[in-house]
Write a new protein. Structure first.
Length: 121
């Protein structure tokens, strides 16, 4: 019995070929890092125009914003799940903020010592 002929690979099924840049070739493109730094800086300048911020402090602020965002998203997701909803609406976000932040913070009356979330979770 003759062997079946091997078919050529179909169009588009080839593996991607990676080329290495030779000396004097194109430089490697920087990878993009998402950060809240520009927004933190803009708010800082609105509140205290003559004040700067160090890169380490900016890194801490970025971590803080990410942490709060994740906590609110997780709580809102939990609330939607409890109420058998598949969509997180502004109502779930508002309730999550009320549950996570002390009263004076979510009402807009900011007093820094009371507004920081507790570290025990």
């Amino acid at each position: 019995m003759p062997e079946p002929a091997k078919s050529a690979p179909k169009k588009g099924s080839k593996k991607a070929v990676t080329k290495t840049a030779a000396k004097g070739g194109k430089k490697k493109r920087k990878t993009r890092r998402e950060s809240y730094a520009i927004y933190v800086y803009k708010v800082l300048k609105q509140v205290h125009p003559d004040t700067g911020i160090s890169s380490k402090a900016m890194s801490i602020m970025n971590s803080f914003v990410n942490d709060i965002f994740e906590r609110i998203a997780a709580e809102a997701s939990r609330l939607a799940h409890y109420n058998k909803r598949s969509t997180i609406t502004s109502r779930e976000i508002q309730t999550a903020v009320r549950l996570l932040l002390p009263g004076s913070c979510w009402r807009g009356k900011l007093h820094p010592p009371e507004c920081l979330p507790s570290t025990s979770m």
